[in-house]
Ligand binder design. Structure first.
Ligand code: GDP
Ligand code: MG
Length: 593
């Protein structure tokens, strides 16, 4: 235990976490980059479904004539996964806090740091990318001193590109981070901080032992799920899985035990022995709850079952993804998926495409609402389509977030205007250093899921970073805005929005749809309505486009061919009532100017 160090690397995105991790692995000879084998190995890892580096990897390092085991536990790194980040952090005793020398402290630097501090980790501040011409290490040092209250000498200057500072970082990990503590004689208590699905081995859970010892073949129990397993294989994580007969207190390792679905493995759960269980689980276990929901539909209706199979596989290593079948009159059969946040949603969509070759349409994301009826009963609604009749509703609550935005003084004005438009409520404003400032807002989550992030980036020319945390539910004057095409409501176009924005939104939706829906052989009325009240209307004029007219009625087979061709041309459309709607119209709400 004395010669073990468990640590993680925390940073704002793109500040060089992965690059620096590679240098550490290289320097400790955990991976050989020069031999050109690393890439092959990595491909193999990928084929096996393990991306070791993204979870945990063990390094061996000789320092002052002693051998040390350094476990680098990677954190998921996105705001959306902050719960999982917090469990990874809980498995460590220390953290490298990486700050980009040209960017300085950013929103996720701070939120990850706070999480590390909450878990009492020893923080080693590192200024990375010091090789860059635009590096401002002095200024960044000021920011870090301000943030941590540390001494300047404690900050290490490094570069993941040149390898500068790597040796110093390893020395600091050993010298400054405390070794794990725990009782080897006590009942087994191991914290699950991550899990992956491997197509050959099944589910692999990663854990850190807080107390006790685990041996191959042990009968173990997962505390919170109550499920029992045989520890078929336990071991440590190097470039590949290295089986061991036993792992002891302070060790980080993996277990393979015939777990079938990722739902059985909950990040944050405790592994113990069936015969001699620990008295209680490791504190802090929480079920993660999805925050953002969207319909995910196959482009081709016949791919529905394939989509289900793909989502099931994805869920095997992403337990935070939820889905249930739903059907939409407009889009057919699909799934309502729950995500931790927008980034998570994008990643899932990307993975469906890349790993499963599934082309999907994602409907407008929305959040979860608490709807109270007149009897005081609460119902959670994840889909505008699931809204009860408005006359039965007493009031609705929507989720709020506490947002933190870091920017330079130049952009405060436009950012405040943007936040105000999103019903944000300014909480406070703090100077970080020089002309950089952190602004806090209380905002409805529903307002940021639509186009907040992109707009923030564009109005700040990229000089704003953003982070958020859930901040409870609040009553809100929400209404369901329906869209009708020739009198027929189109469920996939409904949105829940604040009453004050409803008229404007209804008008803009109608205008946008008029642009996106092609003219057809009859007139199409586009209407926006709240309940029975029509609040906006546009009309698409009819066009005569009878392709068979050219055939003079004579040649039947030619006429049929033309009709077939016309039908194929329409495949990317959805028929709603008698109106054909192109797919891009379903995302119209995201494209309002
Ligand atoms: P992460 O998101 O924190 O994991 O960041 P990455 O390690 O993926 O790095 C983000 C980008 O910065 C990549 O394009 C890297 O090549 C680059 N980068 C990382 N470290 C350095 C460094 O020390 N110097 C320079 N010049 N570029 C770096
Ligand atoms: Mg990375």
């Amino acid at each position: 235990m004395k010669n073990i160090r468990n640590f993680c690397i925390i940073a704002h995105i793109d500040h060089g976490k992965s690059t620096l991790a590679d240098r550490l692995l290289e320097y400790t000879n955990t991976i050989q980059v020069t031999s050109g084998q690393m890439l092959d190995d990595m491909d193999l890892e990928k084929e096996r479904g393990i991306t070791i580096k993204s979870h945990a990897i063990q390094m061996e390092y000789n320092y002052k004539d002693e051998k040390y085991i350094l476990n680098l536990i990677d954190t998921p790194g996105h705001v959306d996964f902050s719960y999982e980040v917090s469990r990874s952090i809980a498995a460590c005793e220390g953290a490298l806090l990486i700050v980009d020398a040209s960017q300085g402290v950013q929103a996720q630097t701070i939120s990850n740091l706070y999480m590390a501090i909450e878990h009492d980790l020893e923080i080693i501040p590192v200024i990375n990318k010091c090789d860059m011409a635009s590096a401002m290490p002095e200024e960044v040092e000021d920011e870090i001193v301000e943030l941590l209250g540390c001494k300047r000498e404690e900050i290490i200057r490094a570069s993941g590109k040149t390898g500068m500072g790597v040796e110093e970082i390893l020395a600091a990990v050993i010298e400054r981070i405390p070794h794990p503590v725990g009782d080897e004689e006590a009942p087994l208590q191991a914290l699950i901080f991550d899990s992956v699905f491997n197509s050959f081995r099944g589910i692999i859970a990663y854990f850190k032992i807080e107390n006790g010892v685990i041996r191959k073949g042990d009968k173990v129990k997962f505390f919170n799920t109550g499920k029992e397993y045989d520890a078929d294989e336990v071991g440590v994580l190097k470039m590949e899985l290295v089986p061991r007969n036993e792992l002891r207190t302070g060790d980080v390792g993996y277990i393979i035990s015939g777990i079938k679905t990722s739902k059985e493995v909950k990040v944050g759960d405790t592994i113990t022995h069936v015969a001699r269980p620990c008295a209680q689980a490791i504190a802090g276990f929480e079920e993660v709850k999805p925050m953002v929901f969207a319909g995910v539909y196959p482009i081709e209706a016949e791919d529905f079952e394939d989509l289900r199979a793909s989502l099931e596989k994805l869920q095997l290593n992403d337990a935070s993804l939820t889905f249930q079948p739903e059907s939409s009159l407009a889009l057919g059969f699909g799934f309502r998926c729950g995500f931790l946040g927008l980034l998570h949603m994008e990643i899932v969509q990307e993975r469906l495409d890349r790993e499963f070759d599934m082309n999907v349409i994602t409907t407008v994301p929305n959040v979860s609402y608490n709807i109270y009826d007149k009897q005081g009963e609460m119902k959670e609604v994840h889909n505008p389509g699931g809204m009860p009749d408005p006359t039965l509703i007493d009031h609705i609550e929507e989720p709020y977030i506490k947002a933190s935005i870091i920017t330079t003084t130049d952009y405060i004005g436009p950012i405040m205007t943007l936040c105000l438009g999103k019903r944000g409520e300014l909480l406070k404003q703090e100077y970080i250093s020089g002309n950089r400032v952190e602004i806090f807002y209380n905002m409805p989550l529903g307002e940021i899921v639509i186009d907040f992030y992109d707009r923030l980036k564009s109005i700040s020319k990229g000089y704003a970073s953003f982070d958020y945390h859930p901040n409870g539910f609040r009553p809100s004057k929400l209404v369901k805005l329906d869209i009708m095409l020739n009198g027929e409501p189109v469920d996939a176009l409904s949105t829940l929005i604040h009453f004050d924005n409803a008229y404007d939104m209804g008008r803009r939706m109608c205008e946008k749809l008029k642009e996106l829906i092609p003219r057809q052989q009859f007139e199409i009325a586009i209407q926006a309505a709240i309940g029975a009240k029509i609040i906006a209307r546009e009309t698409i004029k009819a066009v005569r486009k009878d392709v068979t007219a050219k055939c003079y009625g004579g040649d039947v087979s030619r006429k049929r061919k033309l009709l077939e061709k016309q039908k194929r041309g329409k495949k990317r459309m959805k028929q709603i009532g008698n109106v054909e709607v192109p797919q891009k119209a379903f995302l119209a709400v995201l494209k309002l100017d």
